[in-house]
Design a protein around this ligand. Sequence first.
Ligand code: ADP
Ligand code: ADP
Length: 233
Amino acid sequence: MIRFDQVSVTYDEAAGPALAQLDLTVPEGELVLLVGPSGVGKSTLLGTVSGLVPHFTGGTLRGRVTVAGRDTRTHRPRELADVVGTVGQDPLAHFVTDTVEDELAYGMESLGLAPDVMRRRVEETLDLLGLAELRERPIATLSGGQRQRVAIGSVLTPHPKVLVLDEPTSALDPAAAEEVLAVLQRLVHDLGTTVLMAEHRLERVVHYADQVILLPGPGQAPVIGAPADVMAV
Ligand code: ADP
Ligand code: ADP
């Protein structure tokens, strides 16, 4: 579903590459956890999938990243909305409208869908994420877990094949984190979405993962496998 072919990212030539000649294939329809020490390049790797690298954060990308066959470098992130949805650590940074239902609809704006299709997708996403009762609520009045579910919903309405999340639970208390992780697990199981998520609080998330990718250190090859096998490395 996601393929990395000899991918290197350099922000600053003097500092050396943030990712070096990475080869990796992320399987389809699984919840995949990305782990590794701080600074090893997890956010950079996620950024190459969502198109944030190089289009928004800068950096030079060499090699090729494809998501469902689409090259992320030759498309702007907005043009990838129906392939990959991206959610960050801070849901507040994500929102552009006031209410829950407007936010879900906004994610589809660039797709050119008919109004009735957009309405149906908002309804289906509200139900899927347990947000139906909150549809008219101003986002500012929601809890952290509810906000993060809205952020996920807003990138889901284009029906992406892949969801990329950079530490989606790190700003949440344990109960809200469980709420968000349960939703992600449901997307994988019910819709076959591929979820790729970086997280440093392993004890919180590892039992939700189908696969773990470990970036052991700068320039070292990634290790991918079942959670128990990778965590034993
Ligand atoms: P992680 O997510 O594993 O902590 P990052 O991908 O954030 O790692 O960072 C990898 C390396 O790239 C670090 O040395 C970091 O300082 C550097 N880096 C990340 N983003 C940028 C940027 N936008 N500009 C310059 N350097 C960056
Ligand atoms: P469209 O909006 O293209 O007319 P529908 O809304 O009828 O299509 O949904 C098509 C199918 O996609 C439904 O079976 C629905 O369950 C499923 N679906 C719902 N949400 C998602 C999603 N986020 N990603 C992929 N498929 C989804």
